[in-house]
Design a protein around this ligand. Structure first.
Ligand code: DGT
Ligand code: CA
Ligand code: CA
Length: 369
């Protein structure tokens, strides 16, 4: 029996932070849009995080100093926005949730990128995969307003390079038998892990394209780059990559910190602030259907020294009251131990376990019966 090919997708959201800004204010859509990280020292200092494709036509690039981007866009009606990670995370979560529904296995790799193994969903068929990707792209666009680019290949490596080859709003399908030919003419730095240093080293060996690398003697690669990298480069260049698409492990803890309006030793005043933090934490814990076994607090004192305290619960819990009760008693202790005023507070829960949702248990119960 022939072993079935995998069908793997990489989805990357187009000019993501800038597209989020367009989503929030559609009137800027046809103008150059630059999202910047302002260092805060002067109004002008900082760097470009990303920009829309209109701005890119003028030569604006990620990482470029903002003053340079301003100069390139002089005379245009360019719009500059500061990064707003909270908003981008919200948009990202919505898209990720939709994508997840299309996958047999799902792996989010960053705020704007995820791998999907869709082998079962498309029965290993790359023609079907193309239609499936089109449907998924349209769904994401309709629900969230965001366009994404998709690469489809027999593994993560090919899917990633395919996706990068056509943006924005791209869809590039590379069938298994086309994979090596697809990679061959591309520069070696299209491969994950080949940065400036490695590619100039390879260049000095006469390796310019992935095709050159694929043909290069593997023993020599190992001698030059070491065993792990040498084998990796050889395999990657030959479109071989067996990394599974897998869900990233749960976060180890969920926490929030906040600064008090004024330094204080007033327990009720402190607990008002921690209640806000707990609301947020509780929301995330509930969404992820987690139970926790540890509650911790953190405080920064008026002299900027910091301390943390935690308790381990006897039973895993998942309710807000348990967090509140323990936070109160931890801060009571805290205030008893120090004479200083508190300036900043944090709350954290950890020691997670995940329970099956009630409904699922019921349905599986009925299925068995
Ligand atoms: P593209 O090429 O359409 O995928 O454009 P982006 O902007 O989505 O680029 P990508 O996928 O490489 O990066 C995703 C986000 O990460 C991007 O919207 C902003 C941020 N980012 C990327 N490169 C840089 C950088 O050099 N500096 C900073 N501060 N942020 C960056
Ligand atoms: Ca992107
Ligand atoms: Ca990306």
């Amino acid at each position: 029996m022939q072993v079935q090919n995998r069908v793997v997708m990489l989805v990357d959201f187009d000019y993501f932070f800038a597209q989020c800004e367009e989503l929030r204010d559609p009137t800027i859509k046809d103008k150059p849009v630059v999202v910047g990280v302002y260092s805060g020292r002067t109004e002008e200092s900082g760097a470009v995080s990303t920009s829309n494709y209109v701005a890119r036509k003028y030569g604006v690039k990620s990482g470029m100093p903002l003053f340079l981007a301003k100069r390139k866009l002089e005379g245009t009606d360019a719009v500059f926005k500061p990064v707003d990670h909270e908003y981008y995370d919200q948009v990202s979560d919505k898209i990720m949730q939709i994508l997840r529904g299309y996958a047999d296995a799902f792996e989010q790799v960053s705020v704007d990128e995820a791998y999907l193994d869709v082998t079962q969903k498309v029965q290993g068929d790359f023609e079907q995969a193309r239609l499936y990707a089109q449907k998924m792209k349209a769904h994401a666009k309709k629900e969230t307003g965001i366009t994404v680019s998709v690469g489809v290949g027999l593994n993560k490596l090919v899917a990633k390079v395919a996706c990068d080859s056509q943006k924005p709003d791209g869809l590039t399908v590379v069938k298994p038998e086309e994979a090596q030919g697809f990679l061959a003419p591309l520069p070696v730095n299209c491969l994950l892990g080949v940065g400036k240093k490695t590619s100039s080293k390879m260049d000095s060996l006469g390796i310019k394209t992935v095709g050159d690398l694929a043909k290069y003697d593997i023993q020599k690669l190992i001698a030059i780059f070491g065993k792990t990298l040498g084998i990796y480069f050889h395999n990657a260049a030959n479109a071989i990559d067996n990394e599974p698409v897998q869900e990233q492990g749960e976060a180890e803890s969920i926490g929030r910190v906040g600064t008090l309006k004024q330094n204080t030793r007033d327990l009720e005043f402190i607990l008002q602030k921690t209640d806000e933090l707990i609301e947020d934490i509780f929301k995330e814990v509930t969404e992820k259907n987690l139970s926790f076994k540890q509650v911790a607090v953190y405080a920064v004192m008026s002299d900027l020294s910091g301390k943390s305290r935690s308790v381990t619960l006897e039973q895993p819990a998942k309710d807000k009251e348990t967090i509140k009760r323990n936070v109160r008693s931890l801060f009571e202790k805290y205030l008893g131990e120090s004479k200083l005023e508190i300036r900043r507070v944090g709350v954290k829960v950890a020691g997670f376990s995940r329970e099956e949702p009630q409904q699922k248990q019921l349905t599986s119960f009925f299925q068995i019966g």
